[in-house]
Design a protein around this ligand. Structure first.
Ligand code: NAP
Length: 278
């Protein structure tokens, strides 16, 4: 597995996403995912599956320090009086004494950003969290978050797939010294019926999922999250480090972006997004 390095953090370049996975899904799929070689696991307080993930990590018998566990603080826990207690609860559920990467899940909140960032810094100083970052932050909020944090932020996690041109935000994230963690790489399944991706996949003798994941991790400083509930798909989604896309094919995939490509835009949580024109 390849890592993306940011400061002292080494983040495995493909993480296993767990959004929407029930307890039964986690207990069925996670042991197979760990067997297949996934070590970076992405969850969140709001996914309500940290407990089951913790069980699977412990039951694997693999040393804790070989895993990279990411979770995200939910917006209702941003205030100082709730923040650290919510992280303690995540630690208890994950059955560990540290979290590798802790993110603020969405930016929109009545709690001042300075208070949120102070929460992140406090749990790092307490030894409960190794690295911190943000999710779904636009450029302006990211710049403010970087300015407010004594501990360096290591990632901004946001939607990124062939139909959404995030080049402005990606460039700013790199300039600020953070990695990008892309979610919804499969564009909620849209990629699988795209004949242009199908043609590239056929030429490389790869699946469309592999082509899109490769396109993501071949870009500098990008970590890709991948989720599947189908055990037979676990291995192929990790097998994206033994081939390279030619630059013309990278460009052809970039060219699939459209002005209306955004999928995840929850009112009351999302910021004013940066421009993402085709
Ligand atoms: N920070 C945030 O606000 C935020 C928001 C959204 C997501 N995320 C994170 O990002 C993760 C990834 O995003 P995502 O859940 O949208 O996952 P994704 O990997 O983009 O797409 C998952 C979908 O693709 C299908 N799929 C995966 N591999 C496949 C393959 N090889 N062949 C055919 N179909 C395949 C899956 O179906 P099957 O299950 O049937 O294989 C599933 O429907 C989430 O789980 C979560 O951890 C974060």
């Amino acid at each position: 597995m390849h890592d993306v390095h940011v400061g002292h953090a080494a983040i495995p370049a493909v993480g296993f996403g767990t959004y929407g996975m029930s307890a039964a899904d986690i207990y069925r799929v996670m042991p197979a995912a760990i067997d297949a070689g996934y070590r970076h696991i992405d969850t969140a307080q709001i996914y309500r599956n940290e407990g089951e993930i913790g069980d699977c990590v412990v039951d694997s018998g693999i040393p804790r320090n070989e895993f990279f566990l990411t979770t995200k603080v939910w917006v209702s826990n941003y205030a100082e009086r709730n923040f650290e207690a919510s992280v303690d609860e995540s630690l208890r559920k994950l059955k560990t004494d540290y979290i590798d990467l802790l993110l603020l899940h969405w930016p929109a909140s009545d709690v001042p950003l300075a208070e949120q960032i102070a929460g992140l810094n406090t749990v790092v100083r307490a030894g409960k969290v190794r690295h911190i970052g943000i999710s779904n932050f636009n450029r302006a909020l990211m710049t403010e978050a970087v300015r407010l944090s004594a501990v360096p932020l290591v990632t901004n996690q946001f939607e990124y797939h062939p139909y959404l041109n995030q080049s402005l935000l990606i460039e700013s994230t790199r300039e600020a010294g953070l990695s990008v963690t892309g979610y919804c790489g499969m564009a909620i399944g849209r990629v699988f019926s795209d004949p242009r991706l199908g043609e590239i996949a056929a030429r490389y003798e790869k699946t469309i999922a592999q082509i899109v994941l490769r396109w993501l991790v071949q870009q500098r400083g990008i970590v890709a999250l991948s989720r599947t509930t189908q055990i037979e798909r676990l291995e192929q989604n990790l097998a994206v480090f033994d081939f390279e896309l030619e630059s013309a094919d990278m460009a052809a995939i970039h060219a699939l972006a459209t002005a209306d490509g955004r999928i995840v835009d929850p009112p009351g949580l999302a910021p004013q997004w940066d421009r993402t024109e085709a």
